[in-house]
Design a protein around this ligand. Structure first.
Ligand code: AMP
Ligand code: ZN
Length: 118
């Protein structure tokens, strides 16, 4: 694990210090079910590397960030969402509603999703 931040909730989940319902693991990312799900499937895909916001993504992180989408696709298939559709979205900073400052792709599916979001 690289760039572990001991103050970060999601780094604590990565370290096994806080329990989570982990549904996917790879060398660069893990995913777990959101504790307050907003859809029948609501998973959070996070990099093992601590990156606080989209603004902190470095050019060197491109493969890591790409792996989040590969993970989302794999989880969506496993959850049977591929054909009906799903949403993969990342909030950046307060105005977008980011509350945990370790980037995470929300994977939402299993119901019709309105657009645009609030
Ligand atoms: P965001 O508002 O985009 O930063 O999303 C943070 C998400 O993390 C929210 O959907 C929360 O419900 C979720 N969350 C917070 N704490 C936990 C936890 N311990 N385990 C799983 N999900 C969590
Ligand atoms: Zn972190």
């Amino acid at each position: 694990m690289s760039d572990h931040n001991p103050e970060c909730l999601f780094c604590k989940i990565l370290a096994g210090e806080i329990p989570a319902d982990i549904i996917y693991e790879s060398d660069s990312a893990i995913a777990f079910r959101d504790i307050n799900p907003q859809a029948p499937t609501h998973a959070l895909v996070i990099p093992r590397k601590h990156i606080a916001t989209i603004n902190d993504i470095d050019v060197a992180d491109q493969a890591i960030v790409g792996s989040l989408f590969s993970a989302a696709r794999e989880i969506a298939a496993a959850e049977g969402l591929e054909d009906d559709g799903y949403r993969a979205v990342m909030n950046c900073n307060e105005a977008a509603g980011q509350t945990v400052f370790h980037i995470h792709l929300h994977l939402l599916g299993g119901r019709a999703l309105a657009w645009p979001p609030g």
